[in-house]
Design a protein around this ligand. Sequence first.
Ligand code: ASP
Length: 325
Amino acid sequence: MTTPIVAIHGGAGTMSRAAISAEQERQYLDALNDVLAGAQDVLAQGGSALDAVTEAVRRLEDCPLFNAGHGAVFTSAGTHELDASIMDGATLRSGAIANVNCVRNPVFAARRVMEDSKHVFFVGKGAEDFAREQGLEIVDPSYFSTPARYEQLLRVQREMPDAAVLDHDGQAMVAKEQPAAAPIDADRKFGTVGAVALDARGNLAAATSTGGITNKQIGRVGDAPLIGAGCYAANQTCAVSTTGTGEMFIRMVAAYDVAAQMEYRGVSLEEAANAVIHDRLPRIGGKGGLIAVDAQGRVALPFNTEGMYRGYARVGEAPVASIYR
Ligand code: ASP
């Protein structure tokens, strides 16, 4: 019998230069712990890994501290384009949506694609129409906006107009008039959220959801909704969700690479996850991290940035949440 476990992330990035008060840090840790407790509860009640990752990502989407759903970042045009994916490790079924801006919880849409369509991936208007037909909650695009994210867009456009999209990777940034009030610098963080879980039946699942990257070009899609890049789950190996420079995670097929190394090289989850984050991604300048669990309930949370909002919770044990190394 395996003990069910869920792990989550709320993005990786550079630590804020601003002095962070204990209270601000506590706010993030409390949010992570709440999400973990909710998903842990699903598993404790005998819920599936799929239900646990759906619940964790729904909560992260609803929380304005993280860049997915409410609180998503802005594109260069001042709009939102949301992406999400989900995968069932037991059957290798998966669902994804990209470039939507009216579905309140993109992870629900991804799950419906997986369970109620004969396809895997819908984008744009087709994805929104599908979500509507499925009866999912539709919101005005302004629902996703928060004043803090809009300030962030204006700051990025003013201070690094061209480099904005990928200037999250540790180069010194010009001083801001308004310091970011978050432990990880909001302007230089990858805010994708994700969850991975193992349930009591030994099934694995993964889900990822994001607003993308601040000031991204219209139509740009990152790794988050791409099965194999930002999300992957297979019962015989592991479940993975990523966060970071999406373009590099796509090129390295990052999430699937963890599973493939375990299957083809016979290495442990930890070794495979570390190889992707600390060896393969850096070769092409990839920054970020991932969360992963294997079929035995081992967990790996590596990142090559200064911090990553992350945590895990085994059923019957207190959740563990952290931000820095
Ligand atoms: N990986 C995401 C993307 O490229 C960004 C993130 O992790 O926040 O869209």
